[in-house]
Design a binder for this molecule. Structure first.
Ligand code: TYD
Length: 209
């Protein structure tokens, strides 16, 4: 039996995950819980090196399978070094993106298929599937214009054409219908405080059971 909880946040680039992760972490800490926040790809020294490879715009020739394997490799290290140990220690681990990103981006965006991505990732994640996942729902076009107005330079994935990002969004919608018990759709077209009220409701249900 796992001792802690594992909560992940998902969505297109520019979907506003970071603010909600901060709200949730503060909320749980006030309840006296120990919280670990990590992000993917990265979250470990090895994972951060893999992240650099994945997001570097120079790596234009990277094929879809290499991309899928590198995301899974970063994930394997994070599960081994942080997620697994902290859950076993009874903490709440909050991860900014996890395997659903690979289903949506590599499975649907790149067209490798969710089944293939799932098989490969089963080696990386073992028994550590999230207890609860929030899909921060914002359509791809709105998310990308929000992201572009931030003024930050786009990385290799963000530089993909709009069709890719629309397929990723469709991928997330498919995942919500495949795993309705685990993945909760969160309407992000509200102020951050109101968005958090919806998130808190699901988290309270999880922690109470
Ligand atoms: P990041 O800057 O962390 O994006 P964000 O702030 O939107 O979370 O960059 C991570 C990028 O990698 C993002 O475009 C999504 C992509 N990605 C995948 O394609 N597959 C994956 O498995 C993961 C974890 C991320």
């Amino acid at each position: 039996m796992k001792k802690g909880f594992f909560i992940t946040f998902e969505g297109n680039d520019g979907s506003g995950k970071s603010t909600q992760i901060k709200f949730l972490s503060d909320y749980l800490k006030k309840k006296g819980m120990e919280v670990t926040i990590v992000r993917e790809p990265g979250g470990t020294p090895i994972g951060e090196k893999i992240r650099d490879l994945l997001l570097d715009k120079e790596n234009k020739e990277m094929c879809a399978v290499t991309e899928m394997l590198l995301y899974a490799a970063s994930r394997a290290q994070l599960v081994h070094s942080v997620i697994g140990p902290d859950i076993e220690a009874g903490k709440v681990v909050i991860c900014d993106r996890f395997v659903d990103s690979s289903y949506a981006y590599q499975g649907m965006g790149r067209g490798l298929g969710i089944k293939t991505v799932s098989t490969v990732n089963s080696f990386a994640i073992g028994k550590y599937m999230p207890d609860l996942t929030f899909f921060m729902d914002i359509d791809a076009d709105t998310a990308m214009s929000r992201r572009n107005s931030s003024g930050e330079e786009a990385d290799r994935i963000e530089s993909e054409k709009m069709e890719f990002h629309r397929n990723v969004y469709e991928g997330y919608n498919t995942l919500v219908s495949l795993y309705p018990d685990r993945i909760k759709r969160i309407d992000t077209r509200r102020c951050p405080e109101e968005v958090f009220v919806s998130i808190r409701k699901y988290v309270d249900e999880l922690l109470d059971c």
